[in-house]
Design a protein around this ligand. Structure first.
Ligand SMILES: Cc1cc2nc3c(=O)[nH]c(=O)nc-3n(C[C@H](O)[C@H](O)[C@H](O)COP(=O)(O)OP(=O)(O)OC[C@H]3O[C@@H](n4cnc5c(N)ncnc54)[C@H](O)[C@@H]3O)c2cc1C
Length: 301
């Protein structure tokens, strides 16, 4: 099913993100994890697309098996990194052949060891180019990335939202955000996108912190700010993984409760390929799947 249709039908969606494991043997573990989370009835599962090599082929395999064997809707990520238009066309044909109907169209990060994204010869420079190309095939529902704090390379949030608008104008149906820990950035982003005439659903990306190292890595990678209270609390227990995870889960619950109160269109949980933390988060929440919506703007975190 097209996610754009799903989003029209549902007042609130739940989705989980997974990445292809580096080691071949871990693939079956991943399917077991996805199967465990199937009981929570997510509306779709998303599968990331690696920077290159064998994990890219695994993305297709995972997406296809989730759809066929676990019978869940799938969103396959795709990037412009190191691919010509012909490469991209071939990959999209392969997705189409497996009846994968939803693509998250991304530019991609510079490959490891390089600092700047370089447009591949005969390839695309921006995610908006990829969106336009996919839209031309008239087969897929298309999602794109949004950055509540502005993309790390963008000169300003305003410029970044203008570039987001290019993706929407090129045919994007929905937005999934980069992770953030301070909901006020999400609400500001949502207000500004609307002010610029972006009216497609925005799904906030919720990232439960599960260990201390992640915090440092994330802040460096996507520039997400970490509120002082959260940083202090994690810092205090930095060497005790269980404590970090416990607090990370509690924080994700609080963040999501606040997003629900403020009429988010759904939540997209970065699962880090683990089922237990996701299950613990959802056990604490009542998702508004069947509830009437509450007025936006109340009780913000
Ligand atoms: C939900 C989600 C899932 C992700 N999944 C993956 C994944 O599976 N694999 C992966 O490698 N990465 C993934 N990423 C990371 C993503 O690839 C990076 O954030 C990347 O740096 C930017 O991708 P984008 O699609 O936002 O690019 P773009 O929308 O192209 O934006 C990149 C930068 O270029 C600027 N820009 C855009 N268009 C123009 C223009 N016309 N002129 C000038 N500047 C412009 C933007 O403001 C921004 O600063 C994901 C990110 C998110 C939020």
């Amino acid at each position: 099913m097209f996610i754009r249709e799903l989003l029209k039908q549902k007042r609130f969606t739940l989705s989980f993100e997974f990445f292809p494991p580096k080691r071949e043997g871990n693939l079956e573990n991943l399917f077991a994890t996805i199967q465990e989370l199937a009981d929570l009835q997510p509306d779709f599962i998303s599968v990331t697309y690696g920077a290159g090599g064998s994990t890219r082929e695994k993305s297709l395999e995972i997406a296809s098996r989730v759809k066929k064997e676990i019978r869940m809707e799938v969103l396959a990520h795709l990037t412009c990194v190191q691919s010509t238009k012909d490469d991209i066309a071939r990959i999209l044909e392969a997705f189409r052949a497996e009846n994968i109907e939803n693509i998250l169209a991304l530019r991609g990060d510079p490959p490891t060891g390089t600092e700047k994204f370089i447009t591949p010869e005969g390839g695309f420079s921006h995610a908006s180019d990829l969106v336009g190309f996919i839209n031309g095939m008239d087969f897929f529902s298309i999602g794109v990335a949004g950055s509540p704090e502005g993309h790390i390379e963008a000169p300003s949030l305003e410029e970044d939202i203008k570039n987001l608008k290019r993706k929407v104008d090129a045919g994007a149906d929905f937005i999934i955000t980069q992770l953030f820990f301070d909901n006020s950035y999400f609400y500001r982003f949502r207000d500004r996108t609307q002010a610029l005439g972006i009216n497609i659903p925005i799904l906030p990306g919720v990232f439960p912190i599960l260990n201390y190292k992640q915090v440092e890595r994330i802040a460096g990678l996507c520039g997400a700010s970490i509120p002082q209270t959260l940083a202090n609390k994690i810092e205090k227990v930095r060497d005790k993984n269980e404590e970090v995870e416990k607090y990370g889960i509690e924080y994700a619950v609080l963040q999501t409760e606040d997003l629900i109160k403020n009429s988010a269109a759904g939540i997209h949980i970065y699962s880090m390929n683990r089922s237990e933390p996701v299950q613990r988060i959802l056990k604490e929440l009542t998702l508004p799947r069947l509830q009437p919506s509450s007025p936006a703007g109340q009780d913000r975190l």
